[in-house]
Design a protein around this ligand. Sequence first.
Ligand code: GDD
Ligand code: MN
Length: 353
Amino acid sequence: MLSIVIPTYNELENVELVAQVIGNTLSQKTAYEIVFVDDSRDDTPNILSSLAARDPHIRFVHRDHERGLGTAVVQGFRIARGDYVAVMDADMQHPPEMLLAMLDELNAGAEIVIPSRFVPGGDDGGLKPHRKLVSAVARYMGKALLKRVRRINDPTGGFFAFRRNVIEGVELKPIGWKILIEILVRGNYSRVTEIPYRFQPRNAGVSKMSLAEQWNYIRHLLRLASESPQDRRFFLFAAVGVSGVFMNMVCYDLMVRLHVEVAVASVIASLIALASNFTLNDRVTWSDVRGSGWLVRAWKYFATSLVGIGINVGVLSLLFYKFSVHYLIANLMGIIVATFWNYALSRLWTWRS
Ligand code: GDD
Ligand code: MN
């Protein structure tokens, strides 16, 4: 059986239509149920309860004291009875006809199926231009931070399906909206398929996306990066790097106030920051790896970082002198490239595990 979980918040003009189109699409093809998880403050729950009374395929829960798309969907998973589970929005932006293609992919062995706006044949016409930009930034942030999200073209949508055992025994605790990312990072699976679809304009009513949800998304990404085994190390490494910048600044400032020559203070501050970064990475980021003696590790870390400084300056100079990129942005790019270098060498050489 296929369970379709639909979160709803004030969707009174949409729920009847979406239930009807899903019914038309699936009734001859497969056993199914629609599980609405509703947090509405308008008349939607009344409409849902009369729909559920008329049609045995339709179930719904209403939450009085809770709001939030992600937790609503998780609640839907708990009561869904199908061995296949799909999630979609109530406002017809996700064409219910796609459910058939998704079902085919699951039957063919896929464990997670994602209708995608960003594979050939897909289209995200349903978004206004400024939302497209926000959406692209959100997408690339997720890919940059989370390894299991990196190979997915459309990880930030709310339309997907999966086999129930992908989330069996997995504790899902999304913050905000992006429940698919939560499943991609924490789930048990190896086969993901993306199939193109055209994201549609909303049927009726308004979007509930807000600035608060965008902030929630960033918190969600950071939590996943710090908790998932495959991203934890890089997250810690980057956090240590940031702490090193502060360390450098504080020491530098202190010495300059004590009348140490600026250039000398800068070199000493850099060395102190390097030592502090090494210690933190050795004790925290790679606390589980102890091959060679610490002096050897310290030496390797130091050598790697020296080359890293060279890479930073190289990238910066190229961008600044040759391509007239703003000097701060050029430096930031240099830092980012050098961080990846430092991380790669730290992982493969200094703290080889
Ligand atoms: N239960 C519940 N609680 N449902 C909610 C809540 C909530 O707090 N907030 C929103 N929903 C429901 C809406 O009623 C709708 O069915 C669905 O979640 C998506 O909300 P929309 O307001 O329509 O979102 P959108 O169209 O702006 O964004 C959609 O498309 C984006 C594509 O980039 C969502 O699917 C996003 O997840 C997606 O990223
Ligand atoms: Mn929508």
